[in-house]
Ligand binder design. Sequence first.
Ligand SMILES: NC(=O)c1ccc[n+]([C@@H]2O[C@H](COP(=O)([O-])OP(=O)(O)OC[C@H]3O[C@@H](n4cnc5c(N)ncnc54)[C@H](O)[C@@H]3O)[C@@H](O)[C@H]2O)c1
Length: 277
Amino acid sequence: MYGLHGKIAIVTGSGRHGGLGQAMALRLGQEGCKVVIADLGRTEGDLFPTHGVATTAELEQVAAEIRATGTEVMTVHCDVRDEASVEAMVAAVVERFGGIDILVNNAGVGYLMKLVTEMTADEWDVVLDVNLRGMFLCTKHVARQLIAQQRGGRIVNISSQGGKSGFPYASAYVASKHGVIGFTRSVAIELGAHNVTVNAICPNHVTTGLGAWQNDFFSKALGLTHDEYMAAMTSRIPLGRPGLPDDIAKACAWLCSEQAGYVTGEAMNVSGGEETH
Ligand SMILES: NC(=O)c1ccc[n+]([C@@H]2O[C@H](COP(=O)([O-])OP(=O)(O)OC[C@H]3O[C@@H](n4cnc5c(N)ncnc54)[C@H](O)[C@@H]3O)[C@@H](O)[C@H]2O)c1
C-alpha cells in the first residue's frame, strides 16, 4: 500500500544502535526499500565525543542487523558537513543501486548543551554545521539526482520539538531545528515541480542514546532524580508516554509513501500531543 518496494533510501546519521536513524532505516527496509546507512563512522576531536557519534564498528553492526531482516543494505561513511564527502556518497549510491528515491536528513548533534553565555563559537558552529549545513548539502546533491531521474522523490528532514519551541541550554540546537523547518518549506516550493515532496518531522523526546544523555543532563541541571525528571516530562504528554523510535519511523515511512503524495512543506509533530502548533 505504501508503494515503496524497490525504492532506494538514504538515511543519514543512521549508524547508531537505538537511534532514530536506525529505526527509520529498518522500517523503510520492511516496506521494501533498499537502504543506505550513512554516518560519520569515526570520531573527530573533542566536539565529536564517542558518546555522540557512531563508530565504524557500530555502523557496520547496525547495517548487519537490518540486512538480517532481508533488506538490501549499503553502508557509507559520510560527514554531512563536507561537500566532497556528500558528493562521494551520492555517487557511490547511484553506482551501487542505479539511483535514489528517498533522502532522510537525520544526522544531528544534540549533545552540546550550554547556556548561551557559556557556549564557544566552535560549539555553536558544530551544531549548526551538522544540523543545517549538512542538511543543505545532502539535499542539494540528492535533489540534483532526483531532478535528473525525472521520477519524483521524497525528502524527510528530522527537525524536533525544538524546531517549534525554545529550550534552555539548547539555543544552538533550537536555532538549527527552527532553521530546518524554514529550509523544508522553501525547498518544498523549489522541488514541487519535480514531484519531489519535502517534509519535516518534529519528534518530542525519544530515549535514544542522545535522548538518554539529555535526560541525564537535564535532570542534573534541574536538581531532579532521573525518575522525577521523566515523570514531569510524561505528565506534559497527552498520550502519556515519551516517543519511541518506531513512532518516528512510522511517520517517516508514511511521508515517503504514495499515500503522502500530496503532502509537502509540512513540519509534522510526532509528539503524543505535547507539541500542537
Ligand atoms: N532523541 C530525541 O529525543 C530527538 C528528538 C527530536 C529530534 N531528534 C533528532 O533526531 C535525529 C537523530 O537523533 P538521535 O536521538 O537518534 O541521536 P543520535 O545521536 O543517536 O543520532 C545522531 C546521528 O548523527 C550522526 N552524526 C553526527 N554528526 C555527523 C556528521 N557530521 N555526519 C554524519 N553523521 C553525523 C551521529 O553519528 C549519530 O549516528 C537528530 O537530528 C536529532 O536532533 C532527536
